[in-house]
Unconditional design. Structure first.
Length: 255
């Protein structure tokens, strides 16, 4: 298992500001090459996860602290193994987690096709790169999670949408990052592009500048909603690639 964070805490919950101070937007591209257990994007008050456990605990919690309100952790899980103890809906789902691994909202991994006006299933552990958008409006107290294959434009409708008050979870400064874990099956978890913003929509990145991954044949979704050229912005040349390699999980991301 392993975790990787932006190196400095980010101001969030300022009691002197409006609820909009909690708003954030993030977009990232990830790939999972086997159903080890999964990957999470998380916002946490600490970078200390020495007591976290692998396998179904996703490198976030352990059997003693799972579900404790004192954790103050928001996570979005991309789960590739069904864990009955956490009431998982299946072995290929996305869930919103608050302080524990029993998701407050979850759905089978899929994206909404703007062209076909329906949800299309995604396999999280296919090794194909997948893009995720996680956006929270402090004004509306609404968290949206959206997925799509890498070469598909952002869907009009999110996969998950949950009303929640993050002021009950966040403290004044929080860390943002990722965790991943495996169990009996060795797998690798990659984050190859990451954009995060506290001020409006997270910046797009130039997909052609992302580190390459060994994937299978061209996307099976090429006929759906290809990204128009204007959707890609140029990456800042000061961005650097950080690779964290742990015993069973590897993560690479650009910040």
């Amino acid at each position: 298992m392993g975790q990787a964070f932006h190196g400095f805490p980010i101001p969030f919950n300022n009691p002197n500001n409006s609820s909009n101070s909690l708003s954030f937007s993030t977009s990232f591209v990830f790939s999972i090459n086997a159903p080890g257990h999964g990957l999470t994007f998380m916002i946490s008050p600490s970078m200390d996860f020495t007591r976290a456990m692998p396998s179904q605990f996703l490198g976030l919690f352990n059997s003693s602290n799972n579900g404790n309100s004192t954790n103050r952790i928001l996570a979005v899980e991309f789960d590739t193994v069904k864990s009955n103890e956490f009431l998982d809906i299946d072995g290929n789902h996305v869930g919103i987690d608050v302080n524990g691994l029993v998701s407050v909202e979850s759905a089978p991994a899929a994206f909404f096709s703007n062209h076909q006006s329906k949800n299309i299933s995604l396999k999280l552990s296919s090794e194909d790169p997948i893009r995720a958008w996680i956006e929270y409006s402090g004004e509306d107290m609404l968290l949206n999670v959206t997925l799509a294959p890498l070469d598909i434009s952002k869907p009009k409708f999110p996969l998950l949408s949950r009303k929640m008050n993050l002021s009950e979870i966040f403290i004044e400064k929080m860390y943002v990052g990722f965790s991943a874990s495996t169990g009996n099956i060795t797998s690798e978890h990659y984050v190859v592009g990451w954009s995060f913003s506290r001020e409006g929509r997270a910046k797009d990145f130039n997909l052609t500048m992302l580190p390459s991954l060994s994937t299978s044949s061209p996307s099976d979704f090429d006929d759906f909603d290809p990204i128009p050229p204007s959707d890609s912005a140029t990456l800042n040349s000061k961005h650097t690639k950080l690779i964290l390699v742990c015993a069973f999980a590897a993560m690479a991301f650009i910040i």
